[in-house]
Write a protein of this length. Structure first.
Length: 77
């Protein structure tokens, strides 16, 4: 029971950091870690966000080579 709940929270944390990386990539708005005064917490937060960037890059690389996805012909506004 506890292990399942911890796994669920870990997966949620990975998804959140991946979404934040996607927001950063598409809008150039990123979480500002300079407001965190504790250097240990700031370092952990930066590592967490960096992990999200890594996961986003891996997901994007998988999607680009997948036959199930194609580039949309619509232009973004």
């Amino acid at each position: 029971m506890v292990l399942g709940r911890l796994t669920h929270y870990a997966i949620d944390a990975v998804l959140l950091s991946t979404v934040l990386a996607g927001v950063k990539r598409s809008t150039n708005f990123a979480f500002d870690t300079e407001f965190i005064s504790n250097p240990t917490i700031r370092s952990i937060t930066e590592q967490y966000l960096g992990f999200g960037e890594t996961m986003f890059n891996a997901l994007q690389g998988t999607i680009v080579t997948s036959p199930y996805f194609k580039r949309s012909s619509e232009q973004r506004r």
